[in-house]
Design a protein around this ligand. Structure first.
Ligand code: K7E
Ligand code: CUA
Length: 633
């Protein structure tokens, strides 16, 4: 009797601790003051209180949202939703001089745009570590790395054989690899010709793992896997029990492109498409063992010859998102043309692989038996696209067709007779939601509390700006049983995915300190007017220039028409936000140097005459006087 009471007491303690741990892992709930019963406030005042960040106060989270075909990343604060920065990535941006100086121009490599879709944070132990933000270019097979110490792009990597990199940038829990994948299959290597009527045989899909240097973040190609000519869509990285796997959805498993046949029709004939699964450790090992073919200079594994690397799992019709739950146990896939979301169980997947429980094989890739790997199908609603998670065991799926967010409970389920009982709430959004994101929702310990719905249309919810209207981003409180709409924000074209990170996880620098070992000195930096100079070597004129409130030294550059001119501009300020720009009129040049930064621009003086240069960044009361002349004889 006594011992059973002790056991009961122990169980109670364990339960209480478990609840505390669960609650502790959730972030701070948004204030609900106005909403409390008897509080006297309306829904509107309660929402206003929850999002109001008083002048001078700071937001709790950063929101990093992709700029789509604008090629940028936008930064906002949560809960205010105030836009605070634009990080140019694949597109020149004169506001920060990006794409005008030699270094960033070389990174852009002649491209003037990209299509940024999915930001991915670097992780340590499945948690956002605040070091780097990666983002894919859906147009040109590229991926970029932003350094979160200074919010600037440090590398853009173009990868062979990847055509339209959409299923990217999903990061493994310790940032060993990041996903890339082909959305529109083409013949490989690049430059190979084959007509679309040879699509099924000659066109190829490729998925890749990009290896990350854990000290520097430097990206390089690790491995590629040759896959059938489907369209590889979204991806995610396994974690916990599913760590070591990458997942990608794919559509057009009909593997055809019929001229004039409308892909939307031809790619929607089969009942099921697939999730592709790659064991990235096995892929890396196979490449190390010399099992890869070289195509377009890249190591490519062919599943017809190398087994144990890739598998398919069937998934209902034309899937879009695949999202791994925080525990890593559940893999959630949604088919755009199916009103359900499917939950797969990693234990069942591993068992099916071990027992070779296959229902088919496609181009050497085994297809796991659907009934063996599926855990449940949840009737979430129409047009399910993407799923995010909170800290309380719930999932949130965006419903494009229904323009709503569905909140549902993750497994386990006690009663599977009617799965609709596990759809807990639905909130309409305005309108046609694509992605959605929860606070730290891709980590192993989401904060929950806030969700941002990234909608494709905002019609009528703002004063009119003509035929092209902004997209809308709606902030939603998910800390209670019912979701609560807090705020409408609007964005430039066109956010796809976004990520939310706790503000205190980032500690950006304020200036590039002169003797900071973390930021190696630029070889062409000069810090005094005495060191500043102009040197001529044959037809090359090289200028080492300083910028400081409120002058340039030197302030006259004399060259001959046809000379190559190299200007190294060092902003010698060590005060926060004291930026200087350097623009040469009619030469299409505008570089901007942050405090302590050196930028180089190289150009040909191809027009004779007198050209003024000036500081483009308002820096002092005498900013207008900060100017000089380039004399071209
Ligand atoms: Cu759904 Cu490119 Cu992630 Cu757009 S994608 S919504
Ligand atoms: Cu320097 Cu304006």
């Amino acid at each position: 009797m006594k011992s059973s009471r002790n056991i009961l007491a122990m169980l109670v303690v364990v339960a209480v601790v478990a609840v505390l741990v669960m609650v502790a892992s959730c972030g701070k709930r948004p204030p609900r003051r106005g909403a409390t019963r008897g509080g006297g406030g309306s829904d509107v005042t309660s929402a206003a209180l929850a999002t109001y960040v008083a002048p001078g106060d700071l937001d709790e989270y950063y929101l990093f949202y992709s700029g789509g075909h604008g090629g940028q990343v936008f930064v906002a604060g949560i809960p205010s939703m105030r836009h605070i920065a634009t990080i140019p990535v694949f597109t020149p941006y004169p506001g920060t001089g990006y794409g005008f100086d030699d270094e960033t121009k070389e990174m852009l490599d002649g491209y003037t745009w990209g299509d940024s879709h999915h930001p991915g944070f670097s992780e340590t132990g499945g948690e956002y570590d605040g070091r780097w933000l990666f983002i894919n270019d859906n147009a040109n097979g590229r991926i970029a790395r932003i350094d979160l110490r200074d919010f600037k792009v440090k590398q853009i990597l173009k990868v062979a054989n990847i055509s339209a990199n959409h299923g990217s940038s999903f990061v493994s829990p310790n940032t060993e690899y990041i996903t890339m994948s082909t959305r529109m299959s083409v013949p490989i290597p690049a430059g190979t010709y084959a007509d679309v009527d040879e699509y099924a045989e000659k066109y190829k899909g490729v998925v890749a793992g990009i290896e990350i240097d854990s000290d520097t973040g430097e990206m390089s190609l690790g491995w590629e896997v040759l896959v059938p000519p489907f369209n590889y869509d979204l991806g995610d990285a396994g974690k916990g029990p599913s760590e070591g796997y990458f997942f990608w959805t794919c559509y057009n498993s009909e593997r055809e492109f019929i001229e004039g046949g409308k892909l939307e029709v031809t790619a929607s004939q089969r009942d099921k498409d697939y999730i592709l699964m790659v064991d990235w450790r096995a892929a890396a090992q196979a490449v190390a063992d010399g099992k890869a073919d070289t195509i377009g200079g890249a190591p490519v594994l062919n599943p017809e010859k190398v087994s144990g690397v890739a598998w398919f799992m069937p998934l209902a019709k034309s899937p879009h998102g695949v999202d791994v739950a925080p525990s890593g146990q559940w893999i959630v896939g949604s088919g755009k043309l199916s009103p359900t979301t499917t939950v797969f169980n990693i234990d069942k997947i591993k068992k099916a692989i071990e027992e070779e429980d296959y229902e088919d094989t496609i181009d050497g890739i085994p297809v796991l038996t659907y009934a063996s790997v599926r855990e449940a199908e949840i009737p979430v609603g129409l047009g399910p696209l993407h799923t995010q998670f909170d800290c309380r065991g719930n999932a949130y799926t965006s419903l494009f067709v229904e323009s709503a967010v569905a909140k549902w409970k993750l497994p386990p389920y006690d009663d599977t007779s009617d799965m609709s009982q596990y759809v807990l709430d639905k909130l309409p959004v305005s309108y046609n939601i694509g992605h959605l994101v929860t606070a730290e929702g891709d980590s192993m310990s989401p904060d929950g509390n806030y969700l941002v719905a990234l909608n494709k249309l905002s019609k009528g919810r703002h004063i009119s700006v003509g035929p092209s209207i902004p997209e809308s981003a709606q902030l939603i409180d998910i800390s209670g049983d019912k979701m609560r709409l807090l705020y409408d924000a609007f964005t430039e074209p066109e956010p796809h995915y976004a990520l939310i990170i706790k503000a205190d996880k980032l500690d950006p620098i304020e200036v590039y300190k002169k003797d900071d070992p973390d930021w190696p000195q630029n070889a062409n930096a000069v810090w005094t007017a005495e060191e500043a100079r102009v040197e001529r070597r044959g037809n090359t004129v090289e200028v080492w220039m300083i910028a400081v409130r409120s002058f340039f030294a030197p302030d006259v550059i004399r060259v001959n028409k046809g000379d190559t001119v190299i200007v190294h501009l060092t902003n010698i300020e060590q005060t926060r936000d004291e930026l200087h720009g350097f623009a040469i009129n009619d030469y299409d040049i505008n570089i901007v140097a942050d405090p302590g930064e050196t930028k180089t621009v190289t150009f040909t003086a191809d027009k004779s005459g007198v050209y003024a240069f000036y500081c483009t960044n308002f820096c002092s009361a005498l900013h207008q006087e900060m100017q000089g002349y380039m004399l071209v004889k």
